[in-house]
Design a protein around this ligand. Structure first.
Ligand code: ADP
Ligand code: MG
Length: 246
């Protein structure tokens, strides 16, 4: 169970998220939609524990309080964030990075069999995401196209099998085939024990990953929650009517 309670997030004394509450049960997919600048990425980064954000409120993952603990401990507790703008890291190979991340989570440890198995799984998952074999031996995000970066974020999610996955605009920069492939990967991971928070301003991905709930984020607050029909409604009419007074 993932519970966000009265979350407030500030950047340099500017309040971006102004008291947000949301509960995602295992097996549920929630979408948070909102226009540019609504605070979607700030929400995602606050959940993961970005050090430059000032945060109050509570974020519980299976009863463990995440607010106040560093990002690596949040990851250990089972939280995963796919970044909207993944960083390029020179000198670090994709395969080594993912292996280290898995090991840090205590899954593969020094057990060679487990490492070999994890590597096989990784190559298979990469193929399923439409990535070339050479991909896992390239440097992390260096020279990757927008679509390749998004696929790599999803590959990390598949490798880590988190309890809670927060996906910040994983659909942006992907072509239709890419969206279908990552949606399939999300669907396969959703075995009823995990929670998904899909952050997007564009309803397209929600045709492939059916959300149980859709929330509209505007000006730092959830202004409306509904089912997937809300996403269709946004596609038709945009966000204008949720931005009164702007
Ligand atoms: P979204 O992801 O919904 O497009 P963001 O969370 O990226 O929105 O941004 C929300 C608001 O916070 C915007 O007004 C943005 O300009 C502001 N913001 C984001 N990062 C910073 C920062 N480092 N310093 C100051 N303002 C920021
Ligand atoms: Mg954003």
């Amino acid at each position: 169970m993932f519970e966000i309670k009265n979350l407030k997030v500030s950047i340099e004394d500017k309040e971006i998220i102004k008291g947000l509450s949301l509960t995602i049960k295992p097996g549920e997919v929630h979408a948070v939609m909102g226009p540019n600048g609504a605070g979607k990425s700030s929400l995602a980064e606050a959940l993961m524990g970005h050090p430059s954000l000032k945060v109050s409120g509570s974020v519980l993952l299976d009863g463990i309080e995440l607010v106040g603990i560093p990002p690596d401990q949040r990851a250990k507790a089972g939280l995963f964030l796919a970044f909207q703008n993944p960083e390029e890291v020179e000198g670090v190979k994709v395969s080594n990075f993912i292996r280290k991340v898995i090991a840090a989570k205590g899954k593969a440890e020094a057990d060679l069999d487990k490492l070999v198995e994890a590597h096989k799984e990784l190559v298979l998952a990469a193929e399923k995401l439409g990535m070339d074999k050479s991909f896992v031996s390239r440097e992390l995000n260096v020279g990757f196209s927008g679509g390749e970066k998004k696929r790599l974020e999803i590959l990390q999610m598949v490798a880590l099998k988190p309890k809670v996955a927060v996906l910040d605009e994983v659909d942006s920069g992907l072509d239709v085939d890419g969206i279908k492939l990552i949606s399939k990967a999300i669907g396969e991971l959703n075995d009823g024990t995990r929670s998904f928070l899909i952050i997007t301003h564009y309803p397209r991905i929600l045709k492939h990953v059916k959300p149980n709930f859709v929330h509209i984020l505007a000006d730092g607050k959830i202004v409306l929650s509904g089912d997937e029909t809300l996403a269709h409604e946004i596609e038709e009419h945009g966000y204008a009517k949720y931005l009164k007074g702007k």
